[in-house]
Ligand binder design. Sequence first.
Ligand code: PMP
Length: 303
Amino acid sequence: MWQPKLIMMNGQLLPFAEAGLHPLSLAVTYATTVFEGLRAYHRPDTGQFWLFRLSEHIRRLQHGMKLLRFDGTYETDYLRDCLTRLIQANEPDDDVYIRLLVYIEGTGLMSTTGPIGFTAAAMPREKSRFDDTGMSLGVSSWQRLSDNACPPRIKSTANYLNARLVSHQARADGYDGALMLTPEGKVSEAPIACFFMVRDGRLITPDRSSNILESITRDTILTRYRELTGHRAEERAVDRSELYFAEEAFLCGTGQEILPVTSIDRLPVGNGTVGPITKQLREDYFAIVRGTVPDHPEWRTLV
Ligand code: PMP
């Protein structure tokens, strides 16, 4: 597997191990960081790399900077050029996972708004061990953050304290992963992925007011499901007890891609194997991200 050589800070490339930030920067003391995980998929036949839904990732990052009242922003074209330089400089020979973080570098009081800075790293990412077998999930006793306290809609590092509590509880309880419920008791999402299920043959996912991150993979799946089947998936509040009657379930995200869920709270999902709708959507997803089907060229940016 290829290894990262160079990392980018504020537009400058430097050796990966030499990146550093002051421990009193607001990014550290008050978690004033928003970030993205993106992927650039390799096409072995052409040797090209294609970033998937780059502009949507950058738009979400810009929304986060706005909400956290950062002193300035980064333009889409500038970040696209930076990521291109970063990937090329690392000379990968397989898929690339990118971490792009924007934060307040300045030290100072809690309401300090700048100066801002960014770091971008390009790394390999191993295939998930749940890819083929599916995962067991448990419903967490930790609640999902709510929009009027610490909005899960933006990808801020502060939100991942909630996610960590949930992940560690799941691990201690012997599950592969977890689902969180909103303070109202509706299904929200997993610590680092969104949730879909199939019930009575219909694809269902918690709506955008269920305290979820506005996931780009979720949007890709909703769009492709509509295009492939001619039906709209249901985006709505999902009750906890519905989880136990699902015929299929899966998690989705840029990093996780599409991971089948085969049990929830130790009850099998459907017959406990990967279902046909999950299989179809996964195959389609990999064809779309790699561009082996021509649909949605606007989602792929050549590096
Ligand atoms: N929810 C959370 C909490 C996440 O961290 C992620 C990963 N970014 C997702 C959902 C999936 O989002 P996306 O499809 O945009 O990667």
